[in-house]
Design a protein around this ligand. Structure first.
Ligand code: PEP
Ligand code: MN
Length: 297
C-alpha cells in the first residue's frame, strides 16, 4: 500500500491534521451556535436506505420552488436541492437569485418539512448560506478551491452542517479524497462525496459518469458516495438508466434535477426530469434498491 492509500484509508479524518492554532477558529459562542443548529439532524446517508435528493437546478421563484418541493414531498423523499448562487459556465447565463433564493429555499423547506441543500460558491458567502440550509454543496468547479474548502470545513463545523463534495470534472480520485481532507482538517463536518461525471473525449453526453468511482471510493475510504446522473449525462432521457446503474453499483444515494416545467427552466432544463419521469425514476430505482435490501427515501 503506498503512502497516499494509507492517508485516504483513514476515514473522514485527516492524517495531515493541522496544528490546533490553525484550526481554533471556534470559540464558546461557536459551540452554542452548533447546538442551536443541531436540531435538524436527519442522517443524510443511512444504512439500508438510498437517499434521493431532488429539486431544480436553480431557485427561480417562490411559486416554482413550492410546486417542485410538493412533488418531492409527495414522492416520499425528504431532501430538496436547489441552487441560489449558480456558478454558470457563461457569465451571460442566469446566475441565480442569490440571497433571495436562500430565503425562498428556507421558507419552502420549512413549509414541507424537507431538508435542504444548496451550493456554496465562494468563501465570503459560506456562513450566510450555512444559516439557511442543512447541507452545503461544493460544486465541481470548486473542488480545488482550497480557500473555499477550508472555510466550508470551519463553517460546517460551527453550524453542524453536512457537506456534499462533488468531484472536479478533471480530478482524479486521489485529488478528490485529498480535497475532503481540506474540509475535515478544519473540524468535524461529515463529508459525502458526489460523482457527477468527468470530462472525457466523448461529446455525446455532457460528461462521462464514472461509476467505477463508487467501488473505488468504498475500497479506499469509509466515506459515503452519491451519484448525480443529471449533470453527468445532461439529457433527461438518460437520467433514469444511469440512476438505476448508480444504485446497482452501490451508491448511497442520488442527487437529481427535477422540474415541473423543464422546458421553461432558467437553468439545465434539458436534463431535468418532469413529474412523470420523476415518478418513473423512483419506481425503477426502488426496484433495484429492493434487490439489494435497501429502501428509497
Ligand atoms: C448543480 O448541482 O447545480 C451543479 C452546478 O452541479 P456541478 O457542480 O456538478 O456542475
Ligand atoms: Mn444544474
Amino acid at each position: 500500500m503506498d503512502r497516499n492509500e494509507k492517508i485516504i484509508k483513514n476515514d473522514n479524518k485527516s492524517c495531515y491534521k493541522t496544528s490546533a492554532d490553525d484550526i481554533s477558529e471556534t470559540d464558546e459562542s461557536d459551540t452554542e451556535i452548533k447546538k442551536a443548529f443541531a436540531k435538524k439532524d436527519k442522517r443524510l446517508i443511512e444504512e439500508g436506505y438510498i437517499t434521493v435528493i431532488a429539486g431544480p437546478c436553480a431557485i427561480e421563484s417562490m411559486e416554482q420552488l413550492d410546486t417542485i418541493a410538493k412533488i418531492v414531498k409527495e414522492s416520499g423523499l425528504s431532501f430538496l436541492r436547489a441552487g441560489a448562487y449558480k456558478p454558470r459556465t457563461s457569465p451571460y447565463s442566469f446566475q441565480g437569485l442569490e440571497h433571495k433564493g436562500l430565503e425562498i429555499l428556507q421558507e419552502i423547506g420549512n413549509k414541507y418539512g424537507l431538508y435542504t441543500t444548496t451550493e456554496v460558491t465562494d468563501a465570503e458567502t459560506v456562513e450566510e448560506v450555512a444559516k439557511y440550509v442543512d447541507v452545503l454543496q461544493i460544486g465541481t468547479r470548486n473542488m480545488s478551491n482550497f480557500a473555499l474548502l477550508k472555510k466550508v470545513g470551519i463553517v460546517a463545523n460551527k453550524y453542524n452542517r453536512k457537506v456534499i463534495l462533488k468531484r472536479g470534472w478533471a480530478a482524479t480520485i486521489k485529488e478528490w479524497l485529498l480535497a475532503v481532507e481540506y474540509i475535515t482538517s478544519r473540524g468535524d463536518a461529515e463529508v459525502i462525496l458526489c460523482e457527477r461525471g468527468i470530462r472525457t473525449f466523448e461529446p455525446y453526453t455532457r460528461f462521462t459518469l464514472d461509476l467505477s468511482a463508487v467501488p473505488v471510493i468504498k475500497k479506499l475510504s469509509k466515506l459515503s458516495i452519491i451519484i448525480d446522473p443529471s449533470h453527468a449525462v445532461g439529457q433527461s432521457d438518460l437520467v433514469i438508466p444511469m440512476s438505476r446503474a448508480a444504485i446497482a453499483v452501490g451508491a448511497d444515494g442520488l442527487i437529481v434535477e427535477i422540474h415541473n416545467e423543464p422546458e421553461k427552466a432558467l437553468c439545465d432544463g434539458q436534463q431535468a426530469l418532469d413529474t412523470k419521469q420523476t415518478q418513473e425514476m423512483l419506481h425503477q430505482v426502488s426496484g433495484i434498491a429492493a434487490m439489494l435490501g435497501k429502501k428509497i427515501r
